[in-house]
Design a protein around this ligand. Structure first.
Ligand code: DON
Length: 598
């Protein structure tokens, strides 16, 4: 694909009086399309958010340990992972155990009915990326998510069984274990804790108690889901009740006994295909049989002497993260004041997300100019379009239109073992509880991941993200993701393991954790807890977590950015490696998250 990346003319630097920066350039003169109605609509949607009071974010606890650490969004699963490390497992063994456990203990996003990405750093050298993203069934094409008038129909891509992608998690976790586990545990050993929790049940608490009432209507649409998440009287499970998942225990047992093919072929696959088709979807047993997790070369970059290792397409995460870091490397962020540093980050975000919309998709279907997009020279060209004193309007970066974003859920965990093997894993059902459908007889809650395709050019997905033909739906194709499991290395050894849920917000969350660690030298608990900002090119406004300093917001507004306060749906469970050992911090935004070390 020919790359014509930057529809902006570099601005000519010219000195201007400004309190924050010695070198300030004039605003670029830009002639691209106007946001028009979509822009006005975005602003109208934004207006109510502007004055809304949001609950403050708690403070993460820093947990120190010498021998191993798991930081995850759910405590039972984090402890299971730490236990595997304690028994001599490596970080991959622990990750596989946590991955299966969270399918039981964190049904909102932990899953075997969805997909995700795992980035591994091996202590002996070598970085690996496992792509276990869902694929579109063969029956999906570029018209699948349109209505009779040819417009994008979010009901089809978000709320119907057409949205269900072929799940990748079981294949991905099994591949990780087979190739990169320590060999001290069988897959069955690592699934065993999950089976016990599914069979015996777990108390409804923490995040599950918070989210089940909110998402109950998604689940209540199907009797198979009602049976599990509701009481006989039709009320949703609440604290004091237990979540017992006997069918899920049986499915996990089948995988433990016969390996991942027991999920993709035979009785379980038959039931999943029947459930999806019964609900109006198109997934077949052949789609399930054909699913494969694949290894990709991780995307690599550098930032101020650190190496960044992150997820490759079909996630946009690594490329967009490295593009933003490359742009920012040209500024002395450590010595900028907070408002100016945040402003520059936002300018970098706008530009990298504009590229995301145009160039990125499934690498098996579209040619992606990865090297160019992650090159220092490309970033320098973008940097030259940034006016340090004035926000560039999104329409001047590339024309388009979009709606507001919504928070949903995904889950990220970071793990390191005593030998220095590290795993950064993000997986998801897309929305909380996915499409809400449990495939009857399997206990498997299914995803609605296919909304991550661009149903139509300029029709935003649930996170307000736009896409192009590169990310159009097609049979067997993987939808573009923002999940960004990331490992930062210093001198070839892990320094930071991070990632987050949050749809479009994921990549900017990871950016801020990296900048907080490298430029600001913050402690990891403070960085994980800190209020964050987000800009995704369109809609053209900054989202700011509650608690961001009023003066900082005012400074962004003075430079021309519109700022809305809303709780960003991030949860950056991270681990920092220090000379004294590991420091884990689970994000206080999720109730029940835990860093467990030993
Ligand atoms: O792959 C993606 O980018 C999305 N499906 C992730 C969804 C997500 O993070 C929801 N979490 N809040």
């Amino acid at each position: 694909m020919p790359l014509k990346p930057i529809p902006l003319r570099p601005v000519t630097p010219r000195p201007r009086r400004h309190s924050n920066s010695p070198l300030v350039v004039s605003r670029s003169v830009l002639k691209l399309g106007s946001l028009g109605f979509a822009g006005i609509l975005a602003l109208a949607l934004l207006a109510p958010a502007l004055g809304r009071a949001e609950p403050a974010i708690g403070r993460a606890q820093a947990v120190s340990a010498k021998n191993g650490m798991v930081a995850a969004q759910e405590a039972l699963a984090a402890r299971i992972g730490a236990d595997i490390l304690r028994k001599g497992g490596n970080a991959v063994d622990a990750a596989v155990a946590v991955g299966f456990a969270m399918a039981v203990t964190y049904p909102r996003a932990g899953n075997i009915g969805g997909g995700g990405f795992m980035v591994i750093h091996r202590a002996g050298g070598g970085d690996i990326a496992i792509d276990y993203r869902e694929t579109a069934p063969q029956g999906i094409d570029e018209k699948s998510f349109l209505d009779a008038q040819g417009n994008a129909d979010p009901k089809k891509s978000r709320d119907s069984a057409l949205a269900i992608g072929v799940p990748g998690t079981v294949a991905g976790l099994a591949l990780a274990e087979e190739k990169y586990g320590s060999g001290r545990f069988t897959l069955a050993d690592l699934i065993a804790p999950a089976i016990a929790l599914a069979r015996d049940g777990i108390p409804i608490a923490d995040d599950t108690a918070d989210t089940l009432p909110v998402d109950r209507l998604r689940l209540a649409r199907w009797p198979s889901s009602l049976k599990i998440f509701f009481k006989p009287d039709g009320q949703i499970l609440t604290p004091g009740d237990r979540l017992v998942q006997a069918d899920l225990a049986n499915t996990l047992e089948a995988i433990a006994k016969s390996g991942p093919r027991a999920f993709y072929e035979g009785a379980v696959a038959d039931k999943i295909a029947a459930a999806v088709q019964g609900a109006g979807g198109v997934m077949t047993v052949d789609d399930l049989k054909a699913y494969r997790a694949v290894e990709r070369a991780p995307v690599r970059g550098s930032y101020r002497g650190y190496d960044i290792v992150s997820m490759a397409p079909p996630s946009s995460g690594g490329i967009v993260l490295i593009e933003m870091l490359n742009i920012l490397e040209g500024y002395d962020l450590a010595h900028e004041n907070a408002a100016q540093a945040t402003f520059l980050m936002i300018e970098a975000m706008k530009r990298a997300y504009a590229d995301r919309a145009v160039f990125l998709g499934d690498p098996d279907r579209v040619a992606i100019p990865v090297e160019r997009l992650t090159s220092k020279s490309y970033a320098a060209a973008w940097r030259a379009t940034i006016d340090p004193a004035r926000a560039t309007p999104a329409r001047d970066i590339r024309a388009g239109g979009t709606l507001d974003t919504e928070g949903r859920n995904t889950t990220h965990f970071s793990i390191i073992d005593g030998s220095g093997n590290a795993v950064s894993n993000t997986y998801t059902l897309n929305f909380s509880y996915g499409v809400g459908l449990v495939a009857a007889g399997t206990g498997v809650l299914l995803n609605n991941e296919l909304d991550d395709f661009a149903a139509k050019a300029d029709a935003p997905n649930a996170y307000g993200l736009l896409g192009s033909t590169a990310n159009a739906p097609a049979p067997g194709k993987r939808p573009l993701s923002s999940m960004s499991p990331t490992i930062v290395l210093k001198d070839g050894k892990p320094f930071l393991i991070t990632g987050s849920p949050g749809g479009s917000v994921i990549i900017t969350t990871v950016l801020q954790i990296v900048v907080d660690m490298i430029d600001r030298n913050m402690d990891i608990a403070a960085a994980v807890s800190a209020p964050r900002v987000h800009h995704q090119w369109l809609p053209d406004h900054v989202d700011a977590d509650p608690g961001l300093a009023g003066e900082l917001i005012a400074a962004l507004q003075a430079r021309g950015d519109a700022v809305a306060t809303r709780r960003l749906p991030s949860s950056a469970n991270s681990i920092l490696v220090t000379p004294d050992g590991f420091v884990g911090a689970a994000d206080p935004r999720t109730r029940g998250s835990l860093a467990a070390g030993f």
